[in-house]
Design a binder for this molecule. Structure first.
Ligand code: GDP
Ligand code: CA
Length: 330
């Protein structure tokens, strides 16, 4: 049986995983999920990326939106707003809230996040093994300049650099101000969750889906030991570009790429991961011109359609990634 490890963020990772599962239904797929986006709201622990993967593969996702639950209502959020209790900018539906209540209850009882995630997945049967990258608390913060904010949003205190939670940057500010740095706070002291290093060591192939290279895959790679384990696994590592035609596919990944000094192009992202990590890289057909550039960097590259329009198109992308993995392995 083929064992595949995938490093996943939220929407991009989850949609790709649906295609991968369809492409190789017999494979044993382990997903290492990003938890740097996690946030505490209303006393609840919210894990947006883990939930997006769980709901997408479990059939509970809002299909057009790509995150959150289908057939959602917002009664609790409306009631909280009536008390003047925010933040109002983070949408938490009633169905979704139940997940966070169960998670928080289990964490409070002393279970690690990995065990909680397994328990939540027992309901959703995602058809993959979903592991958080770590059981430790890691929170991605973004360094902004308050002088870049509209005057009514600058808040109290001296104007200047301020670190804000990634969700505040992404969801409240819609990445509308420059990010000067992206810091996975707590990552340097975190340990890979149980099963993560074992899954990597036992993998036949490791895939980077078209997830955000900075705040999804980058955060996972910031957990000490993970990058080394992947580089030393001795199996093909193949990624798919989230950048198509020099822009992220409906997203704002360019904003956080700029913060780490990486151009928003398919080849720049491949070179950012580097040949020490990546053996193969898929770019979209519109970026076929960058294949040579990527190969010069020592990474085998192919141009194939990379738009996850529907399950068939996404399944084809997963097949192409596995074919490239077989090719670099030969
Ligand atoms: P998030 O945590 O919800 O932001 O999701 P991910 O980090 O897993 O994925 C976000 C990335 O997916 C964005 O940078 C997009 O550019 C990329 N993406 C979304 N849809 C597509 C698609 O259809 N094709 C490709 N190639 N990338 C996509
Ligand atoms: Ca995310």
């Amino acid at each position: 049986m083929q064992r595949i490890v995938v490093l996943a963020g939220g929407v991009g990772g989850a949609r790709f995983l649906r295609g991968l599962r369809a492409a190789v239904p017999e494979a044993e797929i382990t997903v290492i999920g990003n938890t740097g986006d996690d946030i505490h709201l209303f006393g609840l622990k919210v894990c947006p990326d883990l939930d997006t993967v769980m709901y997408t593969l479990g059939g509970g996702i809002h299909p057009e939106q790509g995150w959150g639950r289908a057939e959602e209502s917002f009664t609790v959020s409306e009631e909280l707003a009536a008390y003047g209790v925010g933040p109002g900018w983070f949408s938490l539906g009633d169905r979704d809230l139940a997940t966070h209540v169960v998670r928080t209850q289990m964490l409070t009882a002393g279970y690690p996040l990995s065990a909680v995630t397994e328990a939540l997945c027992a309901r959703w049967n995602p058809g993959v093994r979903l592991l958080p990258m770590t059981d430790d608390r890691v929170e991605t913060h973004v360094l902004i300049d308050t002088t870049d904010l509209p005057e009514d949003q600058r808040g109290e205190g001296e104007p200047g650099r301020r670190a804000i939670h990634f969700q505040e940057y992404w969801v409240r500010l819609r990445a509308s101000v420059p990010a000067h740095a992206v810091v996975p706070v707590g990552a340097e002291h975190s340990k890979p969750a149980p099963g993560v290093l074992e899954a990597i060591a036992e993998a036949d192939v490791i895939l980077f889906p078209p997830s955000n290279p900075v705040v999804s895959v980058g955060t996972i790679l910031a957990v000490p030991g993970l990058r080394e384990a992947i580089a030393d696994a001795g199996v093909p590592v193949v990624g798919l570009s989230p950048i198509v035609g020099d822009a992220p596919v409906h997203g704002m990944a360019d904003k956080v790429l700029a913060a780490i000094g990486v151009e928003a192009t398919a080849s720049a992202v491949a070179r950012h991961y580097g040949s020490g990590l990546l053996d193969g890289w898929l770019v979209d057909e519109v970026d076929a011109g960058s294949v040579g550039d990527v190969e010069t960097a020592g990474i085998r590259c192919r141009a194939v359609p990379l738009m996850m329009r529907d399950l068939d198109a996404t399944t084809e992308m997963a097949r192409a990634a596995l074919e490239l993995a077989a090719e670099v392995d030969a």
